[in-house]
Design a protein. Structure first.
Length: 710
């Protein structure tokens, strides 16, 4: 018999004795005890109905023990930019159809455990499935609250407290009963009412609860008081909240465990989630939906290619002239020297161009391969820092093995090896390349975390994708003109179906400290004025976009760039290539960039040799203007927003292209001067000014939005 079982058994026996002494058999039949699990103890025969009570399941049983899918590996995964989950299209159950990416969602949340402390700063919360006799009904209330914005959050919370306390809903006052009738089906209402508990007299409750530990006392007493208070017509929400939410510092009670505030959980629907509550009524939820990645291995089981669904890839060659590193005491792990590292990366230069990067490093670095156990690694030459690298790998495996096995990744399985080898490769490439901060190389290496997420999701059975060729795929060239690419291996495709179903109400957020409240999450977003602008993902995205547009405009405004083009006898189109290469250098060198003579020469050389074809990317430019006929293609705004991006960014791109379209119409006559715009843009000053004006139109649009909303 567990310690908790003994406590509860003593409570019930004491309660039974008190009932027999004070009320007799008739009074005994008028109440039940909420939330008591099965207990192997003899029940006094003179207390009718008590044995059946003990076999009843509480309305909600979700606890920290049910939170088995935490991911310590992602503790340092803190995306610097989130998309807005609330912008995505809804599912039939009020979830969100979510493409791959990182999202933030500020939503109403609810207390699902009365008589405990509310969240505090630094608290970590984990995903756990809703369990208990009324778990399905609680989830339905959370889902349906989205369809009834006219019902205030407080009234939804009141109904949830009534359900969890197992209150007879038919005894609720008029307004509260109307909310219950709105958010529950008739069958659910009847089911809850038939299983309701009566009230326990206060004096009996106080005397009986003395045998229970503090947290159990608080919960039992709170539910009993909640049933008595919530059915009074003149009771206020503040009274209910005082019963449900305890003030002061929460004690670290039995069963608690350390959960960092930044801890992610894996959700069985195929995404990663973490919770940052602000009190019990508001939660900032972060969601990470893995992008499909494909791993390719050679005959020795070493990763040779990592490719994502946009066609970005990392290709690894191994130097087999260098003997492998062996680990004393661990035959499962070896080290291999790299012969070459190649990274290929494309990204959109909004709104109308694409930057393409392709860089190779030769004879640098090495990686471990295999699931680390317990051994001792040492090496020099090509295997520098082998001891430290191996010890870090052992620490990784020891920390991740338990959580991964609970998710279903078996020890020593191919799935566990995939995860370990992606971890090894990321550490190895970071050491070999040491990319500057805020560079495309840093972004590409960071994407290996997404590859790790995807491998976990794939092996857990929730993610799948097949390799596809880009036959007939339309991609953008450097000039914003669409080209048909064929026979390009563009990596794994994103599965059809509109994205992963992310349903915030599909589980509870449970704290690492068991004396604190479990939270019910909902898909009901906070209003705009309830979200602090620095936390609003829309403000974050628009601010980032605004900074990027200003950066690009500054290059067009730089007289040195124009002079550089003239000194090399370039026309307006050659000048634009120098501008583009200068921006590419900024992305290549990150925080280390400067407009140095070396970079100037490199920009001109790259511009002179640049091909207009990106070579086969899945990326599409958001908008462009056809210089031959002045027609503007501004893409699909709804699809843009459905990817979690604010529509005002798309509007800014359109404003940019409207400037080009206007200039084109002014300079071109279809009959007498069909090439007028092309000729006009061949002049460096004209090209520069047209881009400066176009960027300014987009900047003005975003700045107005920021001033009004952030």
């Amino acid at each position: 018999m567990t310690r908790w079982t003994k406590f509860i058994a003593r409570f019930l026996i004491g309660l039974a004795v008190l009932v027999g002494l004070n009320w007799g058999l008739q009074a005994q039949a008028q109440f039940r005890i909420p939330g008591i699990p099965n207990i192997p103890v003899d029940i006094p025969a003179e207390i009718p109905g008590l044995d059946s009570l003990l076999s009843r399941e509480p309305a909600l049983t979700t606890s920290l023990e049910d939170a088995q899918q935490e991911i310590p590996y992602l503790d340092n995964y803190n995306p610097d930019l989130y998309k807005s989950l609330r912008l995505l299209p809804r599912t039939e159950t009020n979830g969100f159809r979510t493409p791959p990416g990182d999202y933030a969602f500020h939503a109403h949340s609810y207390c699902l455990r009365a008589g405990t402390h509310g969240p505090g700063s630094g608290d970590g919360y984990l995903y756990a499935p809703l369990k208990g006799d009324a778990a399905d009904i609680v989830q339905n209330v959370l889902r349906r609250s989205v369809d009834h914005p006219e019902i205030p959050q407080r009234q939804v919370q009141t109904l949830l407290w009534a359900i969890i306390a197992q209150t007879d809903l038919g005894s609720l006052p008029g307004d509260r009963q109307r909310v219950a009738r709105t958010l529950l089906t008739d069958d659910e209402f009847a089911r809850l009412s038939s299983g309701a508990l009566g009230q326990i007299p206060d004096e009996l409750l106080r005397r009986a609860l003395r045998e229970l530990p503090p947290v159990a006392q608080q919960v039992f007493e709170a539910n009993a008081r909640m049933r008595g208070t919530i059915t009074r017509a003149n009771s206020t929400f503040e009274e209910l909240e005082q019963i449900a939410v305890l003030l002061g510092e929460a004690p670290r009670t039995e069963g608690s465990r350390e959960v960092p505030a930044q801890r992610w959980s894996y959700h069985p629907d195929g995404y990663f989630v973490r919770y940052q509550p602000s009190g019990y009524s508001r939660t900032e939820m972060h969601v990470s939906v893995p992008q499909p990645f494909r791993l390719t291995r050679d005959a020795q089981g070493r990763i040779t290619e990592v490719i994502d669904s946009d066609g970005n890839r990392i290709l690894i060659g191994y130097d087999d002239s260098v003997a492998p590193l062996t680990v004393s005491g661990d035959s499962n792990v070896r080290g291999y020297a790299f012969n070459s590292i190649r990274m290929v990366h494309d990204e959109v230069l909004p709104p109308e161009e694409i930057l393409s990067f392709d860089q190779t490093w030769n004879g640098q670095g090495w990686t471990l391969v295999g699931i680390p156990g317990s051994g001792n690694a040492s090496g020099g030459g090509r295997y520098n820092n082998a001891g430290d690298r191996y010890r870090q790998a052992v620490a990784y495996q020891q920390q991740q093995a338990g959580p991964l096995e609970r998710i279903g990744v078996a020890a020593n399985s191919a799935a566990m090896k995939d995860l370990a080898d992606v971890y090894h490769l990321q550490r190895a490439l970071e050491a070999a390349i040491a990319p500057p901060a805020n560079s495309w190389k840093a972004d590409q290496l960071a994407s290996l975390t997404h590859a790790w997420q995807y491998q976990l999701c794939r092996h857990a059975g929730a993610c799948s994708a097949s390799a596809s060729l880009g036959n007939g795929t339309l991609v953008a060239s450097a000039q914003g003109v669409y080209l048909a690419q064929t026979n390009q291996d563009l990596g794994p495709s994103i599965p059809a179906g509109g994205g992963t179903n992310v349903d915030p109400s599909g589980g509870a957020a449970v704290p690492g400290v068991t004396s604190k409240q479990r939270l019910g999450e909902s898909s009901r977003p906070l209003s705009d004025d309830e979200i602090p602008p620095p936390k609003d993902p829309r403000c974050q995205q628009v601010a980032r976009e605004l900074a990027g547009l200003k950066r690009n405009q500054a290059v067009y405004q730089n007289p040195q760039v124009k002079e550089l083009a003239r000194l090399n006898d370039l026309d307006g189109y050659g000048y634009n290539k120098v501008v583009k290469e200068t921006i590419a250098q900024q992305r290549d060198q990150g925080d280390d960039y400067s407009f140095s003579p070396e970079n100037q020469r490199a920009a001109v050389e790259a511009a002179l040799s640049e091909s207009d074809d990106t070579g086969g990317s899945r990326l599409e430019v958001p908008a462009y203007t056809n210089a031959s006929n002045c027609q503007m293609n501004n893409g699909d705004r709804d699809a843009f927003v459905a990817n979690g991006r604010p529509g005002v960014i798309h509007d800014a791109y359109v404003d940019h292209e409207k400037v080009h379209q206007s200039t084109c119409n002014d300079q071109r006559d279809p009959d007498t001067n069909p090439d007028g715009y092309l000729d006009y843009m061949s002049d460096i000053d004209n090209y520069s000014q047209d881009e400066i004006d176009a960027y300014q139109a987009a900047i003005d649009r975003l700045q107005r939005w920021m001033d009004a909303n952030c």
